[in-house]
Design a protein around this ligand. Structure first.
Ligand code: PHE
Length: 326
């Protein structure tokens, strides 16, 4: 065995360790788990007792030699790696591109902020609804023209399960589960069978509801004026037009005065009104004690006005040239 140790010692000395590949070869052949050094330690177990001392000594010397050789090789490779490597450290780094918020999210969050500042609480609800929460509780009679006016997507026509056409369904859910005073906004996705440059089959709304004792139409106007001033600016012109919704009485639509390319225009931005007593009754609230107002606006419409966007479909195409402008 002493011969073999001497032979390997010679071999170790003859190794040139100048690259990572050299180091790997060396490990495989000599110093690694299956290398010859470990073989020798295995064999050492069978060496007769009277030879153990000499062979052991030689083996330990070999081990030191093997490790020193490897250490020196590693040091060489490491200290030369920068000059030998192909990496060009003078190249500019890779830039991480930051994402942008979608304009609809920007506006949605701004609207929520504006109402939360004056005490409205944000409520969400399911997008797949039943007839009661979307229509019946809101005073739409079975054959009311408003039902087909809204042109609904039905999930299951027999059970009247549908995609909600407005987030007023969240108002119904809240009124049925909570006691007044109720002061909520309900932002969310809604669905209608409608599609052109200003209508999308899926779009976003933010509706509001306030129910308490002695709530009046002037409270409603005040809150909406506050909203318009916050969102469109202090000197935005506003007008109310009488309107009709099955769930509010009286009802109104609110327009803002807008100057585009030097021309003044009225633009409708939301529907509103005093909650119909029937709706309060349907939801278990006594209309003799409580009154309330409600309003609803489209987030797409608000975003299009803010950024002067003429086609609603741009919001859903995910074209980065569009999204990156906000
Ligand atoms: N729900 C109505 C719509 O989707 C908006 C609205 C809400 C109108 C509350 C009046 C009061 O068109």
């Amino acid at each position: 065995m002493l011969d073999e140790i001497a032979e390997i010692a010679e071999k170790v000395k003859s190794f040139e360790l100048k690259s990572n590949t050299d180091l790997e070869n060396y490990k495989r052949e000599i110093s690694g788990k299956n290398g010859r050094l470990n073989d020798l330690f295995e064999k050492f177990k069978t060496v007769p007792g009277d030879q153990k001392k000499d062979v052991g000594k030689a083996l330990n010397e070999l081990k030191i030699l093997v490790n020193e050789k490897f250490g020196a090789g590693l040091e060489f490779v490491e200290s030369n790696s920068t000059t030998k490597s192909d990496v060009d450290y003078t190249l500019p780094g890779k830039f991480l591109s930051f994402g942008k918020r979608h304009p609809l999210n920007l506006v949605n969050e701004e609207v929520i902020d504006i109402f939360e500042k004056i005490g409205f609480i944000t409520k969400e609800g399911p997008e797949v609804e039943d007839d009661w929460h979307n229509f019946s509780a809101l005073n739409f009679p079975p054959d009311h023209p408003a039902r087909d006016m809204q042109d609904t997507f039905f999930v299951n026509k027999e059970n009247n399960i549908l995609l909600r056409t407005h987030t007023s369904s969240v108002q119904v859910r809240t009124m049925m589960n909570e006691k007044p005073p109720i002061r909520i906004i309900s932002p969310g996705r809604v669905y209608r069978c409608d599609s052109d440059a200003t209508h999308s089959p899926v779009f976003h709304q933010c509706e509001g509801l306030y129910i308490d004792k002695n709530v009046s139409f002037s409270d409603l106007k005040d809150v909406l004026f506050y909203f318009v001033r916050s969102y469109f600016g202090n000197d935005t012109k506003v007008r109310f037009r009488p309107s009709y919704f099955p769930f509010t009485e009286p009802s109104a639509e609110m327009d803002i005065g807008w100057t585009i390319d030097g021309k003044f225009k009225w633009m409708e931005i939301l529907g509103c009104g005093m909650v119909d007593p029937n709706v309060l009754k349907n939801c278990g609230i006594d209309p003799e004690v409580y009154t309330g107002y409600a309003f609803g606006m489209g987030i797409e419409r608000l975003t299009m006005l803010r950024y002067k966007i003429s086609d609603i479909r741009l919001f859903y195409e995910n074209d980065l040239r569009f999204i990156n402008q906000f």
